[in-house]
Structure formats: structure tokens, C-alpha cells
Design a protein around this ligand. Sequence first.
Ligand SMILES: CC(C)(COP(=O)(O)OP(=O)(O)OC[C@H]1O[C@@H](n2cnc3c(N)ncnc32)[C@H](O)[C@@H]1OP(=O)(O)O)[C@@H](O)C(=O)NCCC(=O)NCCS
Length: 181
Amino acid sequence: MQTPFFLGPRLYFRPLEREDAPRLAAFVNHPDVRRNLLVHRPMNTAQEVAFVDTLTASPKDVMLAIVLRDGDRMIGTSGLHDLDFRSRRATFGMLIGEPSEWRKGYGTEATRMTLEYGFGTLNLERVQLEVLEHNTAGIRAYEKAGFQREGVLRRHHYVDGAYVDTWVMGILRSEWKPAPA
Ligand SMILES: CC(C)(COP(=O)(O)OP(=O)(O)OC[C@H]1O[C@@H](n2cnc3c(N)ncnc32)[C@H](O)[C@@H]1OP(=O)(O)O)[C@@H](O)C(=O)NCCC(=O)NCCS
């Protein structure tokens, strides 16, 4: 493992590096990935380097690489954003950037790990997210980790030729079930 920061059963989180930029560009430009992330302009490696630098310097963001323990390969990113240390809340965002790695439980594991970090390390009170209504895999992963639907932003985004509703989901510290030791 390279610079492991947070360990899960099959995954680990490590800091994002500038050297990850080409891989990040491959992730976010992939048509099947970007349609759920609302990326509508091509992103090149230089933009991803700037993205890594900006997030690393920001006190309101924590962005982590999701890496397979077996094989030590980065397959995505997980982040807590808009960190508000007075109200103790953050907004969660995640991607598994290789569609060949979908449906293996990694999205659910990364969500649980991020909550463990957010509640257990950062002492947050609430974590929230927004997800497109058609993102069945995302919604399912979030529900399995304990998120609840809190509301709907109607016709909030225009995706692939149609307006799409967006779910707002959230989990409170009192609802979070830490992984057994
Ligand atoms: C959303 C995402 C993180 C899910 O990751 P994943 O590793 O495939 O998720 P999991 O394997 O943990 O699956 C979670 C649940 O969704 C289900 N699921 C996965 N893909 C599905 C699909 N295409 N249709 C229906 N259910 C699906 C799984 O079966 C699982 O439920 P189960 O345990 O009850 O069977 C991944 O698809 C992704 O990164 N997509 C592109 C970017 C994105 O959407 N990010 C989130 C933006 S809010």
C-alpha cells in the first residue's frame, strides 16, 4: 500500500497526488461515469492537476483516492466537501471511475469508509449528498450505508436531453452505525 490513510476491508484511502491526474481525467471523461457526475466539458490532465492542487489546499475539502488493497490500483475518489466546522456538516461525493469495477460492492464500502472518517475522525454531525434520480447504483449504495432521502430538487439538472430530478440524501451522526471492530 502506498501512503495509506484509511483502511477498509477491500479498499483503502490515500491522499490524491498530482501524478493521479491522468487517471482522474480518464475517469471523469468516460461517458458512463460523467453522465452521473454532471461533467459536461472535456477535462484534460492539466485541469485535473489544478483540481488536485485546489482541493489539497482547501480547508473545506477532503478528497481521497480509493485504492484496491489487492493490486494497489486506484479505482476512484471519495470526498467530503463544503466542510462546515461550526455546524459540523459536509457534502459527500464519490466516483468509481472504471465501469468494469462497478457492482462489486466497492461503492458501498467506500461510502461506509467515508462516513466512518467523517463521523469518527472529523466529528461531523451530518453528511449530505445530491444524486440524480436515475442513479440507481448510487442511491442503493447510499441507502445501504445509512443515508435517507430528505427531499427532491425537481427538474434540477439537464442530462442527456431531459430534465432530471435530484434527490437530497442525508445521514445524522445518531443514525450512523460504525463498522464492528
Ligand atoms: C454510483 C457508484 C459509486 C456505485 O458504485 P458500485 O461499486 O457499482 O456500487 P456497489 O457495487 O456497492 O452497488 C451498490 C448497490 O447498487 C446496486 N447496483 C449497482 N449497479 C446497479 C445498476 N446498474 N442497476 C441497479 N442496481 C445497481 C448493487 O447491486 C448494490 O445493491 P445490492 O447490494 O442490494 O445488490 C458507481 O456506479 C459510480 O461511480 N458511478 C459513476 C459516478 C457516480 O455516479 N457517482 C455518484 C454521483 S452521486
